[in-house]
Ligand binder design. Structure first.
Ligand SMILES: [Mg+2]
Length: 392
């Protein structure tokens, strides 16, 4: 295979709906629609399973319309936490192949696999291994595109969904792109597509017949970018972003609240969840951030970077609490979240013979293993415990 086909685009197939089918086997093969808040008719479809797509249901469609097209579908509210959990599992698999992972969303990423071939074989081979590993470890299915750049790789992953693996070789670029409709080009939305359709242009191949200056005239500064993309040229690099280097959890309340004690209680619970995931990956981090959304959907985030790297529940909660106290809580709160960023691997430390009573990491590990065995609800720490700790 040509040696410059180094960019992989991976996209989970009908991610949220597939997770629901995975967790609830009775939904397998059924039309499943995961939708926005409350699934009332004001909400929109987040993801529709392939069985529901047959009826014309797609993402961002109002729930009311979906119910008309596909009344027999099973409608479910999203379970963000579960999706996030599986997403981080998937990203961990990707990161095993290369650190060059650019996260685009919860279920989508670019990889640059240049330099991975000696270990894992051709890009196609890597694509196969990624698909297998994800399927084996999570039970979920994805589609992958392999090409010389981001634009083509993304086009590729979309060509044979679900469960696709499409390689676009350099001598096939025109053959693949020309018959595609113009709205497949990133940045060409419905509005632009309509504008093009009005002048009789539907396919990328037709768009290629337009002069460079014409494109500039029609699309302004995006014209030159477009000129290149439709010829399979895309100079954007794969950027490793910090998102893959942070771990966070958030929760949306059933009722908005202004009760600080209650918010702190949730913050503690979330701190437990976050640090548990951090410890499981043997990581420590020194940036702590919180996110608060009020009933008007205003989002406030606060972050702090400290000298010490942490992964204990108490430490995360302590800094999270400080950050929360800096937030002006004038409106009732609808959602709260907390996370750790700037993560790095925790080096195996020499175990000291005498455990430092201030070091809670061992205590946390014991709690983790009990929860692993008996479930999340098996141990609930009393908040008082924290208060006592502070007085020590
Ligand atoms: Mg997807």
């Amino acid at each position: 295979m040509e040696n410059n086909l180094n960019i992989i685009h991976i996209d989970m197939d009908a991610f949220f709906a597939s997770v629901e089918q995975l967790d609830k086997p009775e939904l397998e093969g059924k039309a499943v629609i995961v939708g926005g808040v409350g699934l009332d008719n004001r909400g929109v479809v987040s993801t529709a399973s392939y069985e529901a797509r047959k009826f014309g249901v797609h993402s961002a469609m109002p729930i009311a319309k979906a119910k008309k097209l596909c009344p027999h579908a099973v409608y479910l509210p999203g379970r963000r936490e579960r999706y996030t959990e599986l997403s981080s599992q998937i990203f961990n698999i990707l990161l095993k192949f290369t650190p060059q992972v650019e996260k685009l969303s919860i279920d989508e990423a670019f990889l640059n696999v240049k330099g991975c071939h000696r270990l894992y074989g051709s890009s196609k081979e890597i694509g196969k291994q990624i698909k297998k590993k994800i399927k084996d470890e999570t039970g979920l299915v994805c589609s992958i595109g392999v090409a010389r750049n981001k634009f083509l790789a993304k086009i590729g992953s979309d060509l044979d969904k679900p469960d696709g693996l499409v390689i676009i070789k350099n001598n096939e670029i025109a053959e693949v792109l020309d018959p595609l409709s113009v709205d497949k080009i990133p940045g060409v939305g419905t509005k632009t597509a309509n504008k093009l359709n009005e002048i009789g242009i539907y396919k990328i191949g037709q768009l290629k017949n337009m002069e460079y200056n014409e494109l500039k005239h029609l699309f302004g500064k995006n014209g030159s970018l477009l000129y290149e993309l439709i010829r399979g040229i895309d100079k954007r690099e794969v950027n490793i972003n910090s998102e893959t280097k942070s771990i966070s959890n958030e929760t949306t309340f059933q009722n908005d609240t202004s009760d600080l004690d209650l918010l702190l209680k949730y913050l503690l619970e979330l701190s437990q969840k976050v640090t548990r995931r951090v410890r499981k990956k043997n990581l420590i981090g020194n940036t702590i951030f919180i996110k608060v959304k009020d009933n008007k959907f205003n989002v406030t985030t606060r972050r702090i970077t400290i000298k010490k790297y942490i992964n204990s529940t108490d430490d995360l909660y302590k800094y999270g609490k400080k950050l929360l106290e800096k937030v002006d809580l004038k409106n009732p709160i609808r959602l709260i979240g907390i996370g750790i960023a700037s993560l790095k691997e925790k080096k195996k430390e020499q175990l000291s013979l005498f455990t430092n009573s201030k070091d809670k990491s061992e205590f946390n590990i014991v709690i983790d293993s009990i929860k692993d065995k008996f479930g999340n609800e098996s141990i609930k720490r009393a908040r008082d415990l924290l208060k006592e700790d502070k007085n020590n």
